[in-house]
Design a protein around this ligand. Structure first.
Ligand code: SAH
Length: 411
């Protein structure tokens, strides 16, 4: 095994359980040249073992899996995944007999560093685990992870699907081909299957959809939208598979318009609207409670009449994928929010979000503040919104916080 020796004084963050070793902190490598994704151990300048983790090429060189040990402890994967499931049980999201299981049977089981598994995402969809490896190490460990999931869930686990190809930032000559790592005897994905979230039905296409197929991170914010939707004309921008739209309809909205530039996403939105018992049309002139628009959300908003919508949801994709893109991203958030605030009807509500990890809460609030100021309207912050409890943030790794939002009241 390769030993990674840190420069003098560069061991502090590891001693505080921050799980990343940056390339600039490394003094020397001892032993064989590691391949991307190999397990290496990390030592202080004085030779003390600080932990072990996955080696990767890039500015983060090691993502620590286990602190204080040179190799992974026995049963490492089962123990970590078991701990992740225990946490979800404590939250009332998982476990037999849990109150919410009849209403919600999908949740995030593993949220990377927040669950002590840097580089790994696992989402649970009523018996099917969909995993995404964001590091070569996690990708190489996918078979072990699948069998550990089986051990942790037992017969409850119907299948494990690996969906790493789209998001893997690593090359390492790995054969990235999505597919099932495990299937219970007789399991076959059903076209008409759906999951439940707060009692609402959603069809999830993990094989062809974005990310793991559904945005579980908006569960609690969708429930908020439901609470305020009664009698409102709602606009859901960047709707993906229509999560917020279904909740708005269930909350008694007068009408809902959903917009996304992806044709596949709009198809899924229509499907989910119908699945929950509502009518939908792609023809703006048609008499339906829900209308779908497959187009650019910024253009749609720009051309939307003033005062038509009483409630807007603005949930764009990450405008800043890295810190270098921060400046342009903030300007984009500002322009988008200015349009939303300008267009919403008097007494209207805007739910606005950013899922860019590089844009922190303060920066986002400042962008929205500038947006509000540019419209000259009176705007109040009614609520501050976050990622839900199954997307935990390790206290030692604040970078895990990524979803932020504001609920605004526009006079
Ligand atoms: N609110 C959604 C998640 C949004 S993800 C939910 O609750 O599930 C961001 C979405 O924005 C994706 O579906 C993507 O297709 C869409 N998108 C990206 N750029 C866009 C654009 N310029 N106009 C409209 N939609 C866009």
């Amino acid at each position: 095994m390769t030993h990674i020796i840190l420069k003098k004084g560069r061991d502090e963050s590891l001693r505080r359980f921050h799980p990343w070793v940056f390339s600039g902190a490394i003094a020397a490598l001892e032993g064989p040249e590691p391949a991307e994704g190999d397990i290496v151990d990390v030592r202080s300048a004085g030779g003390e073992i600080l932990g072990c983790g996955h080696w990767q090429i890039g500015s983060i060189s090691v993502r620590i899996l286990s602190f204080g040990t040179a190799t992974l402890p026995e049963n490492f994967w089962t123990l970590r995944l078991g701990a992740a499931l225990r946490a979800r049980k404590a939250l009332g999201l998982a476990g037999e007999g849990c109150l919410s299981a009849t209403l919600t049977n999908c949740y995030r089981l593993v949220h990377g560093e927040g669950d002590g598994l840097p580089g790994l995402i696992v989402d649970w969809y009523d018996g099917v685990c969909v995993m995404q490896a964001h590091s070569a190490g996690m990708f190489k460990a996918r078979e072990v992870i699948a069998s550990a999931l089986h051990e942790v869930y037992g017969d409850q686990l119907k299948a494990v699907y690996d969906k790493s190809s789209g998001t893997a930032p690593f090359k390492a000559g790995l054969d990235l081909c999505d597919g099932y790592l495990f299937k219970q005897d007789g399991y076959a994905p059903q076209e008409d299957s759906f999951v439940l979230e707060n009692g609402h039905k959603f069809s999830v296409d993990w094989e062809n959809g974005q990310k793991t197929g559904f945005f579980l991170d908006q569960r609690e914010n969708r429930a908020r939208v439901e609470r305020y939707a009664a009698g409102k004309n709602v606009l859901n921008l960047f709707c993906y598979t229509g999560g917020f739209s279904v909740y708005a309809l269930e909350g008694g909205a007068k009408s809902v318009d959903s917009v996304d530039s992806s044709a596949r996403a709009m198809e899924m939105t229509d499907r989910n609207i119908v699945l929950n018992g509502y009518g939908t049309s792609q023809d703006p002139a048609a008499d339906a409670i829900h209308h779908s628009y497959c187009c650019d959300a910024l253009d749609f908003l720009h051309e939307a009449p003033e005062d038509k919508y009483d409630l807007m949801i603005v949930d764009p994709p990450a405008f800043a994928k890295h810190r270098g893109a921060l400046h342009n991203a903030l300007r984009a958030y500002q322009r988008l929010n200015a349009d939303a605030i300008r267009k919403v009807a008097p007494g209207g509500i805007v739910f606005t979000f950013s899922c860019s990890q590089a844009v922190d809460k303060q920066a986002f609030a400042l962008a929205v503040f500038s947006a509000a100021a540019s419209t000259g309207r009176s705007v109040r912050i009614l609520d501050r919104l976050n990622q839900p409890t199954d997307h935990p943030v390790s206290i030692y790794h604040p970078e895990g916080e990524y979803l932020k939002g504001l609920m605004l009241y526009v006079e």
